[in-house]
Design a protein around this ligand. Structure first.
Ligand SMILES: *[C@@H]1O[C@H](CO)[C@@H](O)[C@H](O)[C@H]1NC(C)=O
Ligand SMILES: *[C@@H]1O[C@H](CO)[C@@H](O)[C@H](O)[C@H]1NC(C)=O
Ligand SMILES: *[C@@H]1O[C@H](CO)[C@@H](O)[C@H](O)[C@H]1NC(C)=O
Ligand SMILES: *[C@@H]1O[C@H](CO)[C@@H](O)[C@H](O)[C@H]1NC(C)=O
Ligand SMILES: *[C@@H]1O[C@H](CO)[C@@H](O)[C@H](O)[C@H]1NC(C)=O
Length: 753
């Protein structure tokens, strides 16, 4: 692999640097300032601290990106007297390498925001961009312009990327071209490409990078996304695909994903949090379009911390939620498991368990996150550690097991020459240089193309960046229902359950309400306020039904479906929630084969205390209230408090609270939130990986604790809320949403039983 430093020396060095022990001095900040920017220190001025320069967008630190405080108190590199540290304009590689065409304006150097245009000589035709702009990432916008004549070659002219030179001009079958980068640029992508039988060039287009060039989130999500999808689809057995999204992987054809995260102590804590968030997003994303792979996840600095052990996946099912929980709870500074060479060790054990034959059907993907430089200012320890993980000391045989090795190199200064050769894989890019890890989880989030998953109920973005847009994406099904009648305006919540229908409480649409009184607010980018075509209330809803049993207001069957005048435009920001007993919900719950309603209910409402959520309208769109539904043994005590409600004068709580209600509230075993008036009609839901399933609907409560406040109000000892259990009103939902005797809207597919 061309590593010049002997392996054993690398290991020794890594331990030496990690253990420290020698006398250490502090560095000083003298002459370390940067003109036009600022710097931060990873460990103040102590030995081993990394000084990291920062410049505004469109600039980069020069001559150094970082500097390391050495044990004797001097910086490496030391500040240069005649070349003071400053922020320089970002430069893009030379575009005038174009063959058979002109680039204007001709310049010696091209800086950020400079525009260039491209024209071919007569007789040549243009492919690629005719106009490009130098971007702050140090890359040209658009694609490489290529001027070529139709020569009837087997492969089309692959062009010359900016800053590169090419040798080889034979574009026939088997023809080879080689690339190198000029000056101080280095090459990313394929050094050599061969014209293949199918008329395509092998590998991927190379690009020339400066030290300051980086990949944007969008580029990473596109390139990594298409590459990892490729790996996932290789595993698709024929016939197992349904609507292009269900991929069945047999146990003997498993996908094993190994994730290693560099958490060198000098990395700031928020970086670790960001990597944790990124991994969480990545694995939940992968799970939403394929059967769950098996995971090995470890964090490493001088030690290796095994967070998730892949062997656990053979001892039974490991739900994604528990992987995520372990990941969230992982804290640096805990005990290292003291293992080394984990990946090879784990592979060997998998091989022993599944047998030689089946092991051949396993695919192994390795994903490494590293900041390369922050570590110790030297590439050696980082590279040593990764090699250690990938290769098992100096035995390269482990490497060949991996289908793909991806490296995400993050930070200001990255040791590309050392890291890049460690990647492996046929298609696409496997090495990414990123400036910052902060947004990586969003990057992974974008890996799933919205178009592919347009119809999926309950799919939502799992984070809230504090903006309205991100809230909307987190709760894309939320709808506000407003009834204006006799000069009084009544507000309720509702949930989008299909592009045409919003589910809400029947009591939100009191007797005498007509569709013209009702509006629904859903921000789908097509106008927030929606007109209503009609609504349907459950035929058994009758608020006066039990007056004679001394229940002045009776809310059984408190459900209604509102049909919108026009269907909602489905997107990441407006998408239906999953509801009980539909086929889609079975898919969301990963129930295989012919599933039943009962299976869904058992999965969602199985514990005697079940964590659920509902929303409350706030100035910042909505907030989430969390509650425990009291089921089974806990139900009796919970519903007994219904008797405290005004207007209920019976001794039997079940007269008011039929078995169609779920009960929440109280302070035991945790203090639940309590519903306020405006929360009525809203979804009571449960998240299952990235999907959300509505199990109930907020109906009524025994006390109004929200008189003076609203929002996240907490329960007292005896306050209780009662929610219509949607599993009990499926015939009603099915009669409207599943109605296939009409052609106004696409019916939802309900389960047979
Ligand atoms: C500090 O140590 C480094 C190597 O550890 C050495 O190259 C450098 O010259 C030393 N500087 C001083 C001022 O002693
Ligand atoms: C290119 O950018 C540099 C730096 O911003 C600027 O001075 C120069 O005028 C630009 N050239 C053109 C042709 O726009
Ligand atoms: C998986 O293993 C089982 C039993 O070991 C075997 O019957 C089956 O054919 C294998 N599947 C594939 C896809 O090889
Ligand atoms: C990182 O996460 C932990 C636990 O989730 C939290 O306590 C800590 O405040 C976070 N640190 C930063 C810098 O975000
Ligand atoms: C390398 O590892 C493989 C698999 O574990 C083993 O069979 C082989 O003997 C090892 N080679 C060396 C030189 O250690």
């Amino acid at each position: 692999m061309g590593f010049s430093v002997p392996w054993s020396w690398l290991i020794a060095l890594s331990f030496l640097l990690c253990m420290g022990g020698e006398v250490r001095c502090d560095c000083t900040e003298t002459n370390m300032q940067i003109e036009g920017g600022h710097y931060k220190l990873t460990k103040q001025l102590r030995a081993g601290s990394m000084l990291v320069y920062n410049c505004p967008v469109g600039y980069y630190p020069h001559p150094a990106m970082t500097s390391l405080c050495q044990p004797n108190g001097s910086w490496k590199p030391a500040p240069k007297r005649f070349s003071p540290q400053r922020c320089r304009l970002v430069e893009c590689p030379d575009p005038s390498v174009l063959e058979y065409g002109n680039v204007s304006p001709p310049q010696e150097k091209y800086f950020v925001d400079n525009e260039t245009t491209y024209e071919c000589y007569s007789g040549y035709t243009m492919r690629g961009s005719t106009k490009r702009i130098c971007l702050p990432s140090g890359k040209w916008s658009g694609s490489t312009p290529i001027c070529s004549r139709d020569s009837g070659d087997h492969c089309a002219d692959p062009g010359i990327p900016a800053g590169a030179s090419r040798t080889g001009n034979m574009f026939g079958n088997g023809g080879t071209v080689r690339y190198s980068c000029n000056g101080n640029l280095f090459l990313m992508g394929s050094k050599e490409r061969v014209c293949q039988e199918n008329g395509q060039w092998s590998g991927n287009e190379p690009a020339c990078y400066y030290k300051h060039t980086y990949d944007t989130s969008l580029e990473v999500s596109e390139e990594f996304g298409s590459s990892i999808k490729n790996t996932l689809t290789i595993l698709e057995p024929t016939g197992g695909i349904e609507a292009g999204r269900k991929i069945a992987v047999s146990k003997n054809g498993s996908l094993n994903i190994y994730i290693a995260v560099d958490i060198s102590e000098s990395i700031e804590e928020h970086h670790i949090n960001s990597s944790r968030a990124a991994i969480k997003t990545l694995i939940t994303k992968i799970s939403s379009f394929t059967v769950a792979p098996n995971y090995e996840i470890l964090f490493y600095n001088c030690d290796i911390y095994e967070v998730v052990n892949i062997l656990d996946f053979w001892d039974g099912t490991v739900p994604l939620s528990s992987v995520v929980r372990v990941l969230e709870n992982f804290a640096v500074g805990g005990e290292s498991n003291g293992i080394r060479d984990t990946f090879l060790e784990r592979m060997t054990m998998i091989k022993m368990r599944v047998g030689e034959e089946d092991f051949k059907e396993h695919r192994h993907v390795l994903i490494v996150f590293t900041d390369g430089a922050y570590n110790m200012g030297e590439p050696a320890p980082t590279v040593a550690k990764i090699k250690d993980i990938v290769y098992h000391e100096n035995n390269l045989s482990c490497h060949i097991y991996f289908t793909d090795i991806y490296i995400f190199a993050i930070g200001e200064e990255i040791f590309d020459e050392d890291l890049r050769p460690l990647t492996a894989g046929e298609d696409g890019k496997h090495y990414f240089r990123m400036k910052d890890i902060t947004d990586l989880h969003e990057t992974f989030d974008d890996i799933i193309n919205e178009e592919d998953v347009k119809g999926l109920c309950g799919l939502h973005k799992d984070y809230d960046m504090g903006t309205k847009d991100s809230k909307r994406k987190r709760y894309p099904w939320v709808a506000f229902v407003i009834v204006q009648k006799d000069g009084i305006s009544k507000k309720c919540l509702g949930s989008l359950v299909s592009p045409d229908f919003v589910l809400t409480a029947a009591h939100c649409l009191p007797f005498g309400t007509i569709p013209e009184h009702v509006t629904v607010e859903i921000d789908d980018g097509q106008g927030r306020v929606k007109k209503v075509k009609m609504f349907k209330i459950h035929e058994r809803y009758n608020v006066n039904a039990k007056v004679h049993e001394r229940v002045s207001e009776f809310y059984d069957y408190d459900v209604a479906l509102i049909q919108l005048a026009k269907p909602v435009e489905i997107s990441a920001a407006a998408r239906p929630i999953c509801i009980p007993c539909t086929k889609e919900t079975s898919q969301a719950l990963k129930l295989v084969g012919a599933s039943t309603c009962e299976q869904q209910e058992k999965l969602l409402l199985k514990n005697h205390l079940e964590s659920l959520s509902f929303l409350t309208r706030t100035s910042n769109l909505v907030d989430e209230k969390t509650v425990l539904a009291k089921l089974g043994d806990n139900r009796g005590e919970c519903i007994s408090h219904a008797l405290d409600a005004e207007g209920i004068d019976t001794d039997d709580p079940e007269v008011a609270v039929t078995e169609n209600f779920l009960c929440t509230g109280g302070r035991n075993p945790q203090r639940d939130h309590i519903a306020c008036r405006g929360d009525a009609g809203g979804a009571v839901f449960k998240n299952y990986a990235l999907r959300t399933i509505q199990v109930a609907l907020v109906s009524w409560g025994n006390k109004d604790l929200c008189k003076t406040t609203s929002g996240l109000v907490e329960s007292d000892d005896t306050s209780r809320d009662f929610h219509i259990n949607l599993f009990k009103v499926v015939p009603f939902l099915k009669s409207v949403l599943g109605n296939d005797n009409q052609d106004e809207y696409a019916p939802l597919q309900f389960l047979e039983s």
